[in-house]
Write a protein that binds this ligand. Structure first.
Ligand SMILES: Nc1ncnc2c1ncn2[C@@H]1O[C@H](COP(=O)(O)OP(=O)(O)OP(=O)(O)O)[C@@H](O)[C@H]1O
Length: 723
């Protein structure tokens, strides 16, 4: 048995994971996999590189595969209940009401709205019928009888009659005192006398008297057991098993009704086999990723995990922008089980009906805080609203939300709004940097370091100061700002040389900064500094090719904007450089988390200007959003520039992480002693696991005591046996 199988993972997936040399689940995986397999909503808040992708992909694949397999094998178990007499119907119910597979227990966790349900079959004629409903979880509930014309909110129109926990009976929205209130563990007997046209109730065996005279116009109608719940749960017994209380004289169990008097609920029969068989373009899981690269990466992981999932095979599909939607629509029509998508294209195809949500039972938001910050909150709400909360085979929608920086107000609000009693898998309780990442800052001070005054060549700057009179000798804020830009190019080269970096990811603030640095590194180092860019202005194919070149070590450096900050997994990457700190503090954690993944060590160096730096800031007011925009006025003057105060950003990041980030000198020598002296960046820590002997010493007295206690317990037990 593989280690993953011990957590409930099926052998087909366990073997695939084993083949990837994942011998043990990571901490987040061992917590999350059983939770997701068990049907829960989960918030995964573990640090970068801790294996969150596997933590949700593996259980989702498992459940989707099992669902598709059941359908293929003809195990339409849930479906068949829709034609089994006297079950609560999976189809004639409100969309937030869950029903157990045996069709005998209903639950709604919706706090604000009522959700109701009717049974698969009802009775007509002149007989007298009885069933019991027990409150199994406190909340608001009403139970009784309804015709098939009634709405599901029992007792609010003239076609249904209900008795509620607050001690009120209701028909046609008229609520009157009746009997007494009831709550958890109370058993309500529901009596229907069709001959006399009367409905009565019992509570724990006590008859509460006639509640309703059935309206004459409904005399020839069939009546169905019905319930409506608000954050409550009820269990039903139609007479298939023993009743808790004696059936009142003259009544029979509903289940024993003469077949000629039993009528199928027409609303429940909508559930034809056709409905169970999902349309080809109705996936069972939707995973949303904030960037194309990340969507592609998650998609590739799914492909690896599903390697041994045969008969049926799982059809995953990558739905991202920058590709022909016509082709995507054709592919979706061929059939899809899991969609990995970027938000824009997904919404496009959803709104045109090319992706159906009818059978979706997993809704995953990877890098959820990032999605919200990019303004996709509304879209997430809209999609969530369209997904049925219970699938047609009776399973509840599961929502999984993931990020290394989930401790964010908006995420918590969203979880409250959309998730169903979610469990936090949160090993640290706050946003944290993995121990495998060494991170430090280098202050770039153009007043102390005047080398910029005599540079023979330097990185092309972003042009915000073209209209300013900046040159050595003019001691203005603009000159210092320009100086910082030049110095940062030099410090970057120095960092590369000092640490003999042969692989690093370098983050710049803007696309133009990326392009300029790319040119400069080529100019300074030629093939020694081979590099490529990844940012939003590069064509999709170039982005893809560049990332591949970097992953396959054909080039040494990947220069990118924050599009690559989150999630990208480049195995064994030893170094990253921040040319400028990110505008968004949570992105610091994500950027530096590109190194120090999967237990390998990594070094992250951030260059921080001591003086204000004027930078581009193209907001919504900028027509071209930066393309060929040369408006160097400040935002306050309707321009596209701002003064960037990096020490403030640094302070924000430090406050967020609750630590002071180590500063190193301008020579960028990182004193290894401050860490543990044995680090080779890009490799696993050399000295892990070597101190087990100390552990043994520490644990010995406790283990001895335990052994002693065990012995005593066993002796007592043996003595008792002999007595
Ligand atoms: N159980 C495991 N054993 C060994 N390696 C693993 C295991 N789980 C994940 N990995 C590896 O760890 C790396 C990081 O995993 P993953 O990309 O899922 O991290 P993450 O938590 O999503 O990080 P981020 O927050 O940056 O997105 C990947 O290279 C993955 O292959």
């Amino acid at each position: 048995m593989t280690a993953f199988e011990e957590f409930g993972v099926i052998p087909e997936l366990g073997k695939a994971v084993d083949d990837m040399e994942w011998l043990l689940p990571t901490d987040v995986q061992s917590e999350a996999i059983p939770l997701i397999l068990g049907g829960g909503d989960v918030l995964l808040a573990a640090e970068t590189g801790s294996g969150k992708t596997g933590a949700f992909c593996i259980p989702i694949l498992q459940i989707v595969w099992e669902t598709v397999k059941d359908l293929q094998d003809g195990k339409k178990s849930h479906h068949s209940h829709s034609i089994v007499p006297f079950r609560m119907s999976f189809f004639d119910r409100g969309n937030s009401l869950a029903i157990t597979p045996n069709g005998l227990r209903c639950q709604s966790r919706e706090q604000r709205e009522w959700h109701g349900c009717r049974s698969t079959t009802g009775v007509k004629g002149n007989g007298r019928y009885y069933f019991e409903a027990t409150v199994t979880d406190e909340g608001l509930c009403r139970v009784g009888w309804a015709t098939d014309k009634a709405n599901l909110d029992l007792g609010t129109d003239r076609f249904s009659y209900g008795f509620g926990g607050t001690g009120k009976k209701s028909n046609n929205k008229q609520f009157d005192d009746y009997g007494e209130s009831f709550g958890i563990n109370d058993v309500i007997g529901c009596l229907l006398d069709l001959g006399r046209g009367e409905i009565s109730y019992t509570k724990n065996g006590k008859n509460l008297g006639v509640a309703f005279k059935i309206n004459d116009q409904l005399k020839n109608e069939a009546f169905y057991p019905a319930v409506v719940l608000k954050n409550a749960e009820m269990e039903f017994n139609f007479g298939e098993s023993d009743f808790k209380h004696k059936i009142p004289d003259g009544y029979i169990a509903l289940f024993r009704a003469e077949s000629t008097n039993v009528k199928n609920n027409p609303n429940a029969q909508l559930s034809s086999a056709e409905e169970m068989k999902s349309k080809p373009n109705a996936p069972k899981a939707i995973i949303i990723e904030p960037s194309r690269e990340l969507a592609e990466q998650t998609f590739q992981q799914l492909e690896k995990f599903k390697k041994f999932l045969k008969d049926p095979t799982i059809r995953e599909y990558l739905l991202i922008g920058g590709q022909s939607s016509k082709e995507q629509i054709n592919e979706l029509q061929k059939g899809v089980d899991i969609i990995v998508a970027t938000p824009g294209r997904l919404e496009d195809l959803l709104s045109q009906g090319f992706v159906l949500l009818t059978h979706c039972r997993f809704f995953v938001l990877d890098e959820a805080d990032g999605l919200l910050k990019q303004g996709y909150g509304g879209l997430i709400d809209r999609i969530h609203k369209q997904i049925p909360k219970i699938t047609s085979d009776g399973n509840r929608l599961q929502m999984i939300v993931c990020s290394a920086t989930l401790h964010d107000f908006d995420v918590k609000k969203m979880a409250e709004r959309l998730m169903h009693f979610p469990t936090w898998v949160d090993l640290k309780g706050e946003d944290a940097v993995p121990e495998t990442v060494h991170h430090c800052v280098v202050m770039v001070d153009p007043q102390k370091d005047s080398s910029w005054k005599n540079l023979r060549q330097h990185v092309q700057t972003d042009g915000v100061h073209v209209k300013d009179n900046v040159k050595p000798g003019i001691n203005s804020a603009e000159t210092l700002s320009e100086a910082v830009k030049m110095l940062k190019g030099e410090y970057c080269v120095r960092a590369i040389r000092e640490h003999k970096m042969d692989r690093a990811i370098i983050f710049c603030r803007t696309k133009i900064d990326c392009d300029n640095l790319e040119n400069y590194l080529r100019q300074v180092g030629g093939t020694e500094f081979s590099c490529v860019c990844l940012h939003g202005d590069r064509a999709p194919n170039e982005r893809k090719a560049n990332l591949l070149k970097f992953k396959e070590k054909q080039v040494k450096f990947l220069i990118c904007t924050d599009v690559a900050a989150r999630g990208l997994d480049i195995s064994g990457l030893p170094f990253m450089i921040n040319i400028t700190l990110p505008d968004e503090k949570s992105n610091y954690v994500h950027r530096i988390g590109r190194v120090g993944r999967a237990e390998r060590m990594g070094l992250a160096i951030s260059l921080v200007s001591t003086v204000p730096e004027k930078v581009w800031y193209h907001g919504q007011w900028c027509n071209s959003r930066g393309k060929n925009c040369w408006n160097t006025n400040l935002v306050e003057q309707k321009g596209c520039c701002m003064w960037y105060n990096e020490p403030n950003y640094l302070a924000d990041i430090e406050e967020h992480l609750g630590c002071t980030i180590q500063q190193v000198e301008a020579d960028i020598k990182v004193p290894l002693n401050d860490f543990d002296g044995k680090v080779v960046y890009g490799q696993k820590r050399a000295n892990t696991g070597s101190n087990y002997q100390d552990h043994v010493k520490q644990l010995k007295p406790i283990v001895d005591e335990l052994a002693d206690l065990e012995l005593k317990a066993q002796s007592i037990f043996m003595r008792r046996l002999l007595l």
